[in-house]
Design a protein around this ligand. Structure first.
Ligand code: MN3
Length: 197
């Protein structure tokens, strides 16, 4: 398949003050574009990945230790959803119907937030914090660099980019503050619910 950069589903300044237009100009227009361009070179038409879905390319590349494809196609998948996992006036405590029982079984939204923030905070260096469904159960996870939970057999339903390029302009080194703002004010819980399938 040919990979393309999706448009942001909101205006560049829509998520201010939690995530600035300047951050999106670099993060979406430059960083994500670079993953798309490298992805097309490494795993596009004519490659051994031809005909596979984005999800299946992530899994195959990881299984075969094809690190350049893990990095670039992993990041294309991650960022494509990351933009959709946020919205203006997101976050809050009102969850869509299918999510509510999963979060209740986990131990409640406050515990989920604390564990999610902790996962992002303790991901050493670059990577992602996640909510996943593994064996039918909601869990918190973290991955390094461009990896994602698909590669270890889980279904990602929410991810937060903890690469410095995602927060440094707005929060400098305060990664926990960024993760809390993401969870409290930006999460598009409707897209999280959609990812349940
Ligand atoms: Mn990023």
């Amino acid at each position: 398949m040919t990979f393309t950069l999706p448009d942001l589903p909101f205006a560049y300044d829509a998520l201010e003050p939690y995530m600035s237009a300047k951050t999106f100009e670099f993060h979406h227009d430059k960083h994500h574009q670079a993953y798309v361009d490298m992805g097309n070179k490494l795993a596009g038409e004519g490659s051994k990945y031809e005909g596979l879905s984005l999800e299946d390319i992530c899994k195959k590349a990881f299984a075969e230790k094809d690190q350049p494809v893990v990095n670039n196609i992993g990041q294309h998948y991650n960022h494509t959803h990351f933009w959709q996992w946020m919205k203006k006036d997101g976050g809050g405590t009102k969850l869509p119907g299918k999510l509510e029982p999963l979060v209740a079984t986990y131990g409640g939204l406050e515990k989920l937030k604390a564990d999610f923030v902790e996962a992002g905070k303790t991901q050493f260096g670059s990577g992602w914090a996640w909510l996943v469904i593994k064996d039918g159960v909601l869990a918190v996870a973290k991955t390094p660099n461009g990896e994602n939970p698909l590669m270890s057999g889980a279904q990602p339903i929410l991810g937060c980019d903890v690469w410095e390029h995602s927060y440094y302009l707005d929060y400098q080194n305060a990664r926990p503050k960024y993760l809390e703002a993401f969870f409290d004010h930006l999460v598009n819980w409707e897209h999280v619910e959609e990812m349940l399938g």
